[in-house]
Every structure is written in C-alpha cells, then in structure tokens.
Design a protein around this ligand. Structure first.
Ligand SMILES: [Mg+2]
Length: 100
C-alpha cells in the first residue's frame, strides 16, 4: 500500500499540494511577523501565543514540503533540493559569519 502522502497527492493532485503549500507558507510569514510585532510591543498578543502560532505554522509548512518532496517530486528533485540547500547554507555562513 502506498504511503499516505502519495495517496493524498494521487487523490487531490499536485495543484492541491502547491496551493496548500502556498497558503501555509503565507500563514507562516504572518506568524513570524507577529512574533516580531510582539518583540516590539506592537500587539497585545503574548510572546507565548505568538510563538505557539508560529510553531503550528512551521509544522503545517513542513508537512506540505514533505508531501511535495516525497510524493509530488521525484527522487532527482529531492536530491536537487538537498544539493541546493547545502550550497546555500555554505554561502550564508560565508556571507554572515566570515568576519567573526
Ligand atoms: Mg496553517
């Protein structure tokens, strides 16, 4: 039997995965900005509430990225994402921590 992510992609299609990823990513953006607003005292929301919301949205985005990688992309796509991430991490370290 296929894993549950592949079954959902088969049943609802790649467009569902992409739409859901876009929606959850937008929610994570808002949740991250809300934490910043709490840090600046610009909202009555507490830090714990804002962080909890952000954690929930991180989970939502991770689920959709896992689904996209495991069921909607092929193995080559997953490997490519990994290679790009390694390269970008190295560049970020070089750019942001080089002068320490
Ligand atoms: Mg969400």
């Amino acid at each position: 039997m296929k894993d549950w992510m592949s079954r959902i992609v088969d049943q609802y299609g790649q467009e569902y995965v992409l739409r859901q990823l876009a929606e959850e990513s937008a929610e994570l953006c808002q949740a991250a900005l809300k934490v910043v607003r709490v840090m600046h005292g610009e909202t009555p929301v507490t830090l714990v509430e804002a962080q909890d919301r952000m954690l929930e949205e991180i989970a939502d985005v991770e689920i959709m990225i896992d689904m996209l990688k495991s069921a909607a992309l092929n193995d080559r796509g997953v490997e490519r994402v990994r290679e790009i991430a390694v390269r970008k991490q190295a560049r970020m370290i070089e750019r942001m921590l080089e002068n320490e």
